[in-house]
Design a protein around this ligand. Structure first.
Ligand SMILES: [Zn+2]
Length: 452
């Protein structure tokens, strides 16, 4: 008997990312199908004509390796493609070319940072595999009929599979957000969930937390589909956890199945029994020879790999004491971070107090508009906003000193207790400053000097 109090969510993720190569995975057709008239970017290969031969896209392989390295995976130097069989109208060949037992990357992890009790904590989530396959066509349901568009058929698609390491919805959301960030950072995809260039399929089940702290899996899992935004990801997973919990409360165990998410009703619904692996009848794709990578090819990708966003954030937090939330915004895009770093360097000598945080604030809160990412314009506005304050203080000090040495009689009068003498000195100073500082600031400075 399971104690319901000990049930904890166990979530693994499958994430598909469309690769932004110019051509498709196995033919020369244009890969970017957005905005194209239906069935324009097609040829015998991606329409699945008998006898048409696939040729792997080396750019897509290169990008998959780059992502696998970004995920700290072991990269295979030798791999093959396999046929995965299933029938659906959007799959013209009757099988999808994918990778079965030789994924390009495996045994990696992605580290994610969280805010917890005013501290930044780091958590690693394991990546089981990263492999390359082709996308299917797209079914459009319009006016009671179903239409097929094959422009998407054969577009390179990377599948990322994690271990079931997630126990909270928040972890899932933060992880997926980090995957999206990394994929964009490495120029692999625009990873837009609304457009479908990034798709998330969480596997959700409840496990039993044992006294030892270990979590015992309960031999079922539910795969969730049709999630096309971060908001829906959160809602679908939350709904599914509650649904399964209620089934356990009745003394039953949830069924292994695939469920869709209905965003208007905010519920998940049963789609089909989940296929077992043997249903796909995987076998090696006979039309594509095994791929053997030269060591130099992988080494070059490794060398050119940029510093990853998590590492950049760690530096922003540790070196400049930035808040995690600001570091997250600054590492949303590589060029935004470059922009920040360049400005930081150029403003170094301006003697602005807490410059790194102030500059981050200005960018994050858009206090200074980032017009066409022009660093000169930005710098000018930033200095007007923050730099000038410091500049003017220097000016006030200089003028106050001059006035005090030019009017020794007034100084003596003040020291004898004549308040008017002070006002005279302030008036003299204000004349020189010409409205660049407030009378109170000037008065304060002169008083400070007279008393010291
Ligand atoms: Zn084609």
């Amino acid at each position: 008997m399971i104690d319901l109090k000990n049930l904890v969510p166990v979530i693994g993720l499958e994430i598909h990312v469309e690769v932004n190569t110019a051509s498709k995975m196995f033919c020369q057709c244009r890969a970017n199908y957005f905005g194209s008239e239906p069935n324009i970017n097609v040829c015998p290969v991606c329409l699945g004509y008998p006898g048409a031969l696939p040729v792997p896209n080396i750019k897509a392989i290169e990008k998959t390796i780059r992502l696998a390295l970004g995920f700290n995976c072991r990269v295979r130097r030798s791999f093959k493609f396999d046929r995965k069989h299933y029938f659906y109208p959007d799959l013209p060949k009757g099988y999808q070319i994918s990778q079965y037992d030789t994924p390009i990357g495996e045994n990696g992890f992605l580290e994610v940072d969280f805010e917890s009790k005013e501290k930044v904590v780091y958590k690693k989530f394991r990546i089981r595999r990263v492999h390359l396959e082709e996308d299917t066509g797209k079914l459009l349901h319009e006016g009671g009929q179903t239409l097929i568009d094959y422009n998407r058929s054969g577009v390179p698609l990377i599948e990322i599979v994690t271990e079931p390491d997630f126990h909270e919805v928040e972890e899932v959301v933060r992880f997926v957000e980090e995957v999206q960030r990394l994929v964009r950072w490495l120029d692999i995809s625009d990873a837009d969930m609304e457009k479908g260039s990034m798709r998330l399929e969480p596997n959700v089940s409840l496990g039993e937390k044992l006294l030892s702290g270990e979590i015992k899996l309960l031999d079922y899992k539910v795969e969730l589909k049709n999630i096309n935004s971060f908001r829906f990801a959160r809602k679908a997973v939350e709904y599914e956890i509650e649904r399964q919990r209620k089934i356990f409360e009745k003394g039953e165990v949830p069924k292994q199945e695939t469920r869709g998410y209905d965003e208007t009703r905010g519920i998940t619904f049963s789609q089909r029994k989940k296929e077992a692996e043997q249903d796909y009848r995987y076998f090696p794709e006979p039309d594509i020879p095994r791929v053997e990578l030269k060591e130099e090819f992988v080494e070059k990708i490794k060398r050119e790999l940029p510093v990853l966003p998590i590492k950049e954030r760690r530096e922003l937090i540790e070196k400049y004491s930035l808040r995690l939330s600001d570091a997250l915004v600054l590492t949303r895009e590589k060029r935004l971070l470059d922009f920040y770093k360049q400005l930081l360097k150029e403003l170094e000598n301006e003697k602005i107090e807490k410059l790194p945080q102030r500059l981050a604030n200005a960018i994050v809160n858009k206090k200074v508009k980032i017009e066409d990412w022009d660093t000169e314009k930005f710098k000018e506005r930033f200095l007007q906003l923050f730099g000038k304050v410091e500049e003017d203080l220097v000016l006030v000090e200089k003028v106050a000193r001059e006035v005090i040495s030019s009017f020794p009689k007034a100084v003596q009068d003040f020291k004898k207790g004549k308040e008017n003498a002070l006002m005279f000195l302030v008036g003299q100073a204000m004349r020189q400053i010409r409205g660049k500082a407030k009378p109170n600031t000037v008065k304060g400075k002169i008083l400070e000097m007279l008393r010291s």
